[in-house]
Design a protein around this ligand. Structure first.
Ligand SMILES: [Fe+2]
Length: 232
């Protein structure tokens, strides 16, 4: 078994830069990320800590799967922006403390399409926009917005589906205690071939829960967001 350090993305990897693009373009993109982050924070959609952990989990998994540099950069950006469409959600849906009604849920489900529309015209974000659009699709076709299944779902979205859930269920929430890393890994495994791509689940569970916990610690002290904001 390789050590986590071999998988954990290091700043020297140069993620957040766009292969083949000028530093000026990347600097503009960095300021764009900072502005979008401010919008996410203003509406309390994605805490910095959650974003940072999900980026590290995703890049760790992406590296284990042998993704190219371009694919990793796209993954990083798509994961960071996956819920950006929620900034358009009305407060009565976004801030509702309890369970959503069927109508409210259908409103909330529009966030993936809205996020896609926000990003798809930017040539540096068009690939990440595909992740944003499809991050709630499920491997068995029961997800939304299009009901895609299997490999028709972009790989980055299939990775994001696992890592976003994993961080959500292992994090403290006002309404419930965090799941242990052992239980969370078991839950991810239980959805193999249903919600999640079986190959990604197999890769995810190839690392024992204790090592994912180490990745969490690396992420908490990491610089993923600063890399995005500088993007040069
Ligand atoms: Fe989402």
């Amino acid at each position: 078994m390789q050590s986590v350090e071999q998988f954990a993305p290091a700043p020297s990897l140069g993620l957040s830069t766009t292969p083949g693009m000028s530093s000026t373009s990347d600097a503009i993109l960095g300021s764009t990320f900072r502005a979008l982050d401010a919008a996410l924070q203003a509406r309390d959609i994605c805490t910095h800590a959650h974003c940072q952990r999900v980026i590290y989990y995703s890049l760790t998994l992406g590296q284990m799967m042998g993704l190219s540099e371009h694919e990793l950069v796209t993954l990083e950006r798509g994961v960071f922006l996956h819920d950006i469409g929620k900034i358009h959600m009305p407060d009565y849906v976004l801030l509702k403390p309890g369970l959503l009604s069927d109508t409210e849920r259908s409103v909330m489900q529009q966030h993936s399409t809205i996020g896609f529309e926000m990003l798809r015209h930017n040539p540096l974000l068009v690939d990440a926009a595909d992740i944003v659009l499809t991050h709630h699709e499920r491997y068995n076709g029961s997800g939304y917005p299009m009901g895609l299944s299997g490999d028709d779902i972009p790989l980055g979205a299939r990775i994001c589906a696992v890592t976003d859930t994993f961080d959500a269920i292992t994090s403290v929430r006002p309404y419930r205690n965090p799941m242990s890393f052992d239980d969370a890994c078991a839950y991810i495994k239980s959805e193999r071939g249903r919600h999640y791509d079986p190959r990604i689940v197999d890769m995810f569970t190839a690392l024992p829960p204790s090592q994912w916990q180490e990745v969490q610690q690396v992420a908490s002290a990491g610089t993923a967001l600063n890399n995005l904001f500088q993007a040069a």
